[in-house]
Write a protein that binds this ligand. Structure first.
Ligand SMILES: [Zn+2]
Length: 350
């Protein structure tokens, strides 16, 4: 039994789901509709536009795919339809999963697609009138698909280190507290341009401290675009999981600390291959050609497997399992670590 424990909703809108939503909601943006032929784009056309062509150290190549797909966030109903499809497809692809949502960016995009300037929407209205319905749409999609498939599935709330507006994030935090019982925990995410690609804004650290009593299980994307120092920095916040974290392999001290504190790394092999090809090559060269997942396992770091963003990365969780095996990962340990982590974050054994 294997669960996908690092997967993003925004990267899980398949070409098929987007093509259907485009037709159902009459989306006429050029991505979805060809003005010349007056026809909606096919799945194949959408796949070509939304999938990375190959590896690139420039994260903006990946981010462009995410931004394109968000053009379908034209209403709460459209977001719900896309969410139902994403949960159904993840359920078909896995034995269960965690899906993380970037509520701020989803809400901001909805407002932009509605023709509103989000910065001019007061924080409380931003949170109450827009973010809460989006969150409820995602949660109801989860409940619907969980009831139909009987597979374990949980939602984690992502907060972005892009931190566009403290007051808007803080208001969103108030809404999140009210729905904490339906969420499994918090995540820190976000694509930030160099020089500091994994910053921890003070306001974000304060918001995390305020939310942790309600949502104690914290994961943080770190040691992906930045080195092991980024992991050392966020370990001070006592996360239970680190998204990617493969740069821990640069530092015996960081590895020892992850082992000592029982912090789990969420490793996504295809994501690493596509988003950090140069760093990956360096890490492998320093570890006798071994890929991060087996190398981390040999250092006794707990690791779980994730698909990260299946659509832009052109992958599925089932494919990631095959990749993990081909890379020499110990699947027995991987499954044991997955069960351990699920119990830790949900309080229930699989
Ligand atoms: Zn991620």
């Amino acid at each position: 039994m294997f669960l996908d424990l690092h997967r993003h909703l925004e990267g899980s809108h398949s070409p098929a789901a987007l093509a259907k939503v485009a037709r159902d909601f009459d989306l006429r943006a050029p991505l979805f509709f060809d003005e010349v032929t007056q026809a909606f784009r096919s799945e194949a056309e959408l796949a070509a536009a939304l999938t990375m062509a190959g590896p690139s150290d420039d994260a903006s190549v990946f981010y462009r795919c995410i931004v394109l797909a968000r053009q379908a966030y034209v209403s709460v109903a459209a977001i719900r339809a896309l969410s139902v499809a994403a949960f159904q497809e993840a359920a078909a692809d896995t034995d269960g999963f965690e899906l993380r949502i970037s509520l701020f960016s989803m809400t901001r995009t909805l407002l932009e697609n509605l023709g509103l300037r989000w910065r001019e929407v007061p924080p409380r209205a931003f949170a109450e009138q827009y973010a809460r319905p989006v969150l409820l749409a995602v949660l109801s999609a989860r409940d619907e698909v969980a009831a139909a498939t009987k597979k374990p599935m949980v939602v984690r709330l992502g907060l972005s280190r892009t931190w566009e507006s403290g007051p808007h994030y803080d208001a969103l935090g108030d809404v999140v507290v009210e729905h904490a019982g339906q969420l499994v925990g918090l995540d820190v995410l976000g694509i930030v341009p160099p020089p500091d690609t994994e910053p921890m804004p003070e306001g974000l650290v304060r918001l995390l401290a305020r939310l942790r009593p309600h949502l104690p299980d914290l994961t943080i994307h770190a040691g992906e675009f930045a080195g092991h120092g980024s992991i050392d920095r966020v370990l001070e916040l006592e996360p239970r999981g680190i998204g990617h974290g493969v740069h821990a392999l640069e530092s015996p001290q960081t590895l020892a600390r992850l082992v000592r504190d029982g912090v789990t790394l969420e490793v996504c092999p295809t994501s690493n291959r596509l988003l950090i090809p140069s760093a990956l090559a360096k890490l492998k060269a320093a570890h006798a050609g071994l890929e991060p997942l087996p190398a981390l396992q040999r250092c006794h770091v707990h690791c779980v497997l994730g698909s990260d963003d299946p659509t832009p990365m052109g992958t599925r969780f089932s494919a990631e399992l095959s990749v993990a095996e081909a890379l020499g990962a110990d699947l027995r340990t991987l499954e044991a670590d997955m069960r351990r982590r699920w119990l830790e974050m949900t309080g229930t054994a699989l």
